[in-house]
Design a protein around this ligand. Structure first.
Ligand code: C2E
Ligand code: MG
Ligand code: MG
Ligand code: MG
Length: 283
């Protein structure tokens, strides 16, 4: 399959490039409308305490429900949104929606952390990012420490002025997580230099860790390093019971992945919460 498409790419290089550009333009045009028509929805994927199986939080993941195309994966439209700066508007919507939802859960007496993804493009406009965060906190009244921003390592490569905005976000009470950790180039000094609370071990290491010794070693090393730096850990992409028990053995605290649940609509996620109440929950 891969080889075949590789050959095809070679043969039809120009037309494939054109096709890609057209697809990008099409998505960009539809995305503009999607922002106006509010075609976005947040799904939530539980994060589970490995020691007792309780849901302690969740990650908000955006979905685009297009009337004609159906659901479009973020892998397909987020890069286009980033390229065209539509990610700013979409990202602002995500922030406000997450704060509203987190506050609803808080009002139900649940102690549930909600993490959400913030694009490097949003960090490139720090004043606007802070303004939207402050606005959403003020409007909803949600407790900021229930919120967690996920950013990628690539952001740390361009650290000019980054420390300041991260400090200001931390000062609001919002926690900071480094997403897809291990795939980028961040060095130990970056981890010390920036106020990062949580490392999310990338799912590529986790999914192969029960088959591949190098990946298992990598996971072990990241866990040890995070502990030494007094950072919390979340393992992404946990798909099997074997991976979960290996992570527990290595001392990882929290896991997220299909083994527990796929990302879900709010209603389904709330049903799951009733079955596995987080601390502070009713039952
Ligand atoms: P991410 O932030 O690393 O999110 C985790 C992705 O892994 C999600 O894909 C999730 O559905 C998937 N996943 C979770 N558990 C498993 C598992 O056990 N196995 C496998 N194979 N996959 C698992 P999703 O929802 O398609 O999102 C893809 C990426 O799109 C995200 O990666 C994130 O980079 C981006 N994204 C999603 N929502 C937003 C958003 O609101 N804003 C921004 N800027 N980016 C977003
Ligand atoms: Mg994420
Ligand atoms: Mg991730
Ligand atoms: Mg990822």
């Amino acid at each position: 399959q891969a080889k075949q498409s590789g050959r095809a790419t070679h043969r039809f290089f120009t037309s494939e490039l054109q096709e890609k550009a057209l697809e990008r333009l099409k998505i960009e045009r539809l995305l503009r409308k999607a922002v106006e028509n509010q075609e976005f929805e947040l799904y939530y994927q539980p994060q589970v305490d490995l020691r007792n199986g309780r849901v302690i939080g969740c990650e908000a993941l955006i979905r685009w429900n297009h009337p004609g195309m159906g659901q479009v994966s973020p892998a397909r439209f987020i890069p286009v949104a980033e390229h065209s700066n539509l990610i700013i508007e979409i990202g602002d919507w995500v922030i406000r929606e997450v704060c509203r939802q987190a506050k609803r859960w808080q009002d139900q007496g649940l102690r549930l952390k909600v993490s959400f993804n913030v694009s490097a493009r949003q960090f490139m406009r720090p004043a606007e990012l802070l303004q939207v965060l402050r606005g959403a906190l003020d409007d909803t009244g949600v407790t900021p420490s229930l919120l967690e921003i996920e950013m990628t390592e690539s952001l740390l490569l361009d650290p000019h002025g980054l420390g300041t905005v991260l400090d200001e976000i931390r000062a609001l009470g919002i926690h900071l997580a480094l997403d897809d950790f291990g795939t980028g180039y961040s060095s130990l000094s970056y981890l010390r230099r920036f106020p990062i609370d949580i490392l999310k071990i990338d799912r590529s290491f986790v999914s192969d860790s029960d088959k591949n010794e190098d990946d298992a070693e990598m996971v072990k090393t990241i866990i040890g390093m995070a502990h030494n730096l007094k950072m919390s850990l979340i393992a992404e992409g946990v798909e099997t019971a074997g991976q979960a028990s290996m992570l527990t053995e290595y001392g990882c605290e929290v896991a997220q992945g299909y083994h527990y649940s796929r990302p879900m609509q709010v209603a389904a996620f709330e049903t799951l919460l009733q079955q596995r109440p987080p601390h502070g929950g009713q039952s």
